[in-house]
Design a protein around this ligand. Structure first.
Ligand SMILES: [Zn+2]
Length: 112
């Protein structure tokens, strides 16, 4: 993956979705429960170039709707979900993508 330059920009798309999961061995989260996740996908590129915001929306929504929204994610944690989304979206956009994934209004995960 290419290194970021100071002149690069991140286009940001925000998407909410709902899913269930279970964290085996956790005293509270070991019971199946759901979250309303809030995802911020940052798609990096050069500031002299543009990327159609609608294309970003279509691609991110496609991944979320096909694989995650209103699904049972099993024992996937917020951490592994964020990394998985980063990999899938980086491959789709063929550029660096960073993910901010909020599991609640107060706690979330950010990929590096
Ligand atoms: Zn949870």
């Amino acid at each position: 993956m290419s290194k970021l330059n100071e002149s690069d920009v991140a286009r940001i798309y925000k998407r909410e979705f709902a899913a269930a999961h279970i964290i085996a061995g956790h005293p509270k989260c070991g019971r199946q429960h759901g979250h309303n996740y809030s995802l911020l996908a940052r798609v990096y590129g050069k500031s002299e170039e543009w990327l159609d915001f609608d294309e970003i929306k279509r691609k991110v929504d496609g991944v979320i709707d096909e694989r995650y929204d209103h699904r049972d994610l099993g024992n996937m944690t917020c951490e592994t979900l964020a990394r998985q989304l980063q990999e899938q979206l980086s491959n789709l956009f063929k550029t660096r993508v960073k993910i901010e994934l909020w599991e609640t209004g107060k706690f979330g995960v950010e990929t590096l």
